[in-house]
Design a protein around this ligand. Structure first.
Ligand code: NAD
Length: 357
């Protein structure tokens, strides 16, 4: 099987590509624009494989997307390319509308034309897998509001109610995918996943930001009381789930993916501080660095996923608990502080692409 993975230089996309090259015989084409969040170094361990290739392409560029499809003749597309940081979407929504909505439209429509021209057997087996987020569902009752909060989980039937420009743009892209399935018959699959954490996460997101700030003795900024609840999934478990879906999922279906790990943000930060204290002891507790900051506007209070459908229908369950996954993550960052430095200053990328500063 030959797969195109869009956004393959990002956090989750690179985990998907490493998983495919290391564990299967499939070929992968990584189609990525290389925004600040895309880092080819995350693929260094697999990029010499003759089953891996890279296309430096923006999904909004129709002519280039058409060319890549025609040249590579994929059997499936896993679409992860997106602007993904909620805070950035609040400060500057335009890029989110452009990539997440217009880019997904461009990719879908290019794929439709490519797919229509395929021979019948290849056409029937083709898959377009759109990777989305649980944030499209808005938020759930919080334990501080009701004693029955844990009865509420996002299922595949939950109505969409996005709160941020990021989640609204992802919700729009999910709807476009559904329309290309219903109207044109394109064999699509959608997955909506909870918060990921793990290696190669760009150091602006909660987990890596806290680790790096703590090591430098900087404040650990926590929104409001830090009582927002997220359902945490180790990124390699997500990669395994996505591969299972593209291989065995039923076209037209949506699968929710989650880790059954509901944690308040402050609990995550406490856990990170405590692991660091054990591995890199500090005179005063890392917890003393925690600094409450003004809450994010429109901040969702709680997300939690019912992942029973993918478990029942495709037999996927996460391999990591939060405790094992978060420890692995801290150890990875401690061993790869130079990676953090290079992705933040872009030096590896420039060297690989032959770009002068
Ligand atoms: P990321 O920001 O780390 O990576 C995004 C990748 O997309 C980067 O490599 C970037 O260069 C590329 N990209 C951005 N704009 C592009 C464009 N116009 N054309 C081509 N490539 C472009 O994101 P991530 O955390 O790996 O998330 C990947 C996908 O998974 C996203 O669609 C996101 O919505 C979804 N998702 C993320 C999470 C999470 O916790 N991170 C959870 C659920 C779903």
């Amino acid at each position: 099987m030959k797969l195109i993975v869009t956004g393959g230089a990002g956090f989750i996309g690179s985990a998907v590509i490493r998983h495919i090259i290391n564990n299967t015989h499939d070929e992968v084409v990584n189609l990525d624009k290389l925004t600040y969040a895309g880092n080819l170094e995350s693929l260094a361990e697999v990029s010499d494989s003759n089953r891996y290739s890279f296309e430096h392409v923006d999904i909004c560029n129709r002519a280039e997307v058409d060319r890549v499809l025609a040249e590579h003749q994929p059997d499936a597309i896993m679409h992860l390319a997106a602007e993904s940081h909620v805070d950035r979407s609040i400060d500057g929504p335009a890029a989110f509308i452009e990539t997440n909505i217009v880019g997904t439209y461009t990719l879908l429509d290019s794929t439709r034309h490519y797919w229509n021209a395929l021979p019948e057997a290849k056409r029937a087996a083709f898959r377009f897998h759109h990777i989305s987020t649980d944030e499209v569902y808005g938020d759930l009752p919080h334990p501080s509001e009701t004693s029955s909060a844990e009865d509420y989980l996002f299922t595949e039937q939950t109505a969409y109610a996005p709160s941020s420009p990021y989640s609204a743009s992802k919700a729009s892209s999910d709807h476009l995918v559904r329309a290309w399935l219903r109207t044109y018959g394109l064999p699509t699959l959608v997955t909506n996943c909870s918060n990921n954490y793990g290696p190669y996460h760009f150091p602006e997101k909660l987990v890596p930001l806290m680790i790096l700030n703590a090591l430098e003795g900087k404040p650990l900024p926590v929104y409001g009381k830090g009582d927002q609840i997220r359902d945490w999934l180790y990124v390699e478990d997500h990669a395994r789930a996505l591969y299972r879906v593209v291989k065995e999922g039923k076209p037209g279906e949506t699968y929710n993916i989650g880790g059954h790990n509901e944690k308040q943000n402050i609990e995550v930060v406490h856990t990170l501080c405590d692991i660091l204290q054990e591995l890199r002891p500090r005179e005063t507790s890392y917890r003393n660095l925690i600094t409450p900051v003004k809450d994010r506007p429109g901040h969702d209070r709680r997300y939690a996923i019912d992942a029973s459908k993918i478990q029942k229908e495709l037999g996927w369950v996460p391999e990591e608990t939060f405790e094992t996954g978060i420890r692995k993550t801290v150890l990875w960052y401690l061993d790869n502080l130079d990676w953090c430095q290079r992705v933040q200053d872009g030096s590896y990328q420039r060297e690989r692409l032959g770009i002068d500063k």
